[in-house]
Design a protein around this ligand. Structure first.
Ligand code: NAD
Length: 304
């Protein structure tokens, strides 16, 4: 269990930044062992299409993190007028490249490209984002496979802080295939963390606040800044804020700041644990991607 940081009188911070640094050191040590046994360093490729500022920031963080843990990385940048066929050809090339263990195509893609067609073109054994239907199916069935990085990171955050989940009621807000849906599957499946009774809420849920108030563990993955207010949270709940929205702020150096889905100022005093934004779920997402890539490298070398 990692150390607690005081957020308020009641809540403790689930410090994803500190934990991710620790896990990066653990991965770096494993990579060093792996390479000293005569294997090549794990190799992650990232494909970035267009000029979206947030996507570039995420990809830059992923590539920088590769260097931190001793991975090789390759960044493939393409303009936003790339055709779907050209992008699929790049994906096929990466699928067949024996020097690449895993790769991601950063989403969202430009509107003329069908995200799902790209996801399905990725070979499942190199799909370190865990978005391919085969990996999602394995997750639903409780079989081994790559788990999407954001929910996997949240599970690690709960596990490493020794947060008890068995038998507790978890409410997940948001049903996207990359966060909300896999999160609900992970929390409900048999395991530790896991064994929760899960309610999955979404844009058509009636009386969202009433559902949220029943949550021992509340995960907000919506993308509406500050939507979870204190009157939606049970006293003592564990609150996981996945949302990251850029909100204009002339006083900030970059002209914006990042806001989560939770109104932290009002919610933190009520809960037992809370993730900050930034520095909570985001850094944990990156370490889960690194972990998946190390697993992919071991598997491609015939190890486990
Ligand atoms: P998405 O837009 O695909 O899904 C949003 C979900 O919220 C939908 O399922 C929708 O039904 C639900 N929703 C919308 N309005 C609602 C409402 N009023 N009440 C209840 N539910 C509502 O988004 P996503 O890709 O799942 O991402 C969600 C947020 O998490 C975004 O802010 C995104 O930037 C962030 N995110 C963060 C990380 C990270 O690493 N920290 C990773 C992925 C996504």
């Amino acid at each position: 269990m990692v150390g607690m940081t005081e957020a308020t009188d009641q809540a403790h911070i689930l410090d994803g930044k500190a934990l991710s640094e620790k896990i990066k050191q653990e991965i770096a040590a494993e990579v060093s062992d792996w390479v000293s046994q005569g294997n090549r360093a794990p190799h992650l490729a990232a494909v970035l299409v267009g000029q979206d500022g947030a996507s570039r920031t995420y990809v830059d963080h992923k590539v920088k993190s590769c260097a931190r843990v001793g991975f090789q990385s390759t960044l493939i940048e393409k303009p936003d007028d790339i055709t779907q066929e050209e992008l699929i050809a790049i994906v096929h090339g990466l699928n067949e490249d024996p020097g690449i263990d895993g790769f991601i195509v950063q989403l969202p893609l430009p509107a003329h490209i069908d995200d799902q067609a790209i996801i399905e073109a990725v070979a499942p054994h190199k799909d370190v984002d865990g978005f391919h239907p085969s990996n999602m199916g394995n997750l639903a069935l409780g079989l081994p496979g790559f788990i999407p990085a954001t929910p996997a990171g949240i599970m690690t955050l709960l596990e490493r802080h020794g947060i008890e989940t068995a038998g507790r009621h978890a409410v997940v807000i948001g049903r996207s295939s990359i966060v909300g849906t896999p999160m609900s599957l992970l929390l409900s499946r048999s395991g530790n963390p896991g064994n929760c009774t899960v309610t999955l809420c979404h844009s058509r849920t009636r009386d969202l606040a009433a559902h949220c108030r029943e949550a021992d563990i509340l995960v907000a993955a919506v993308g509406i800044p500050g939507m979870v207010k204190a009157d939606m949270v049970k006293e003592g709940a564990v609150v996981i804020d996945v949302g990251i929205t850029r909100v204009e702020d002339a006083s900030a150096k970059r002209g914006f700041r990042l806001k989560g889905d939770v109104d932290t100022a009002s919610v933190a005093p009520k809960c037992s644990w809370i993730t900050p934004v930034p520095g909570g779920v985001g850094p944990m997402t990156i370490v889960s991607l690194l972990r998946n890539t190390l697993v992919a490298a071991r598997r491609s070398a015939g190890a486990h």
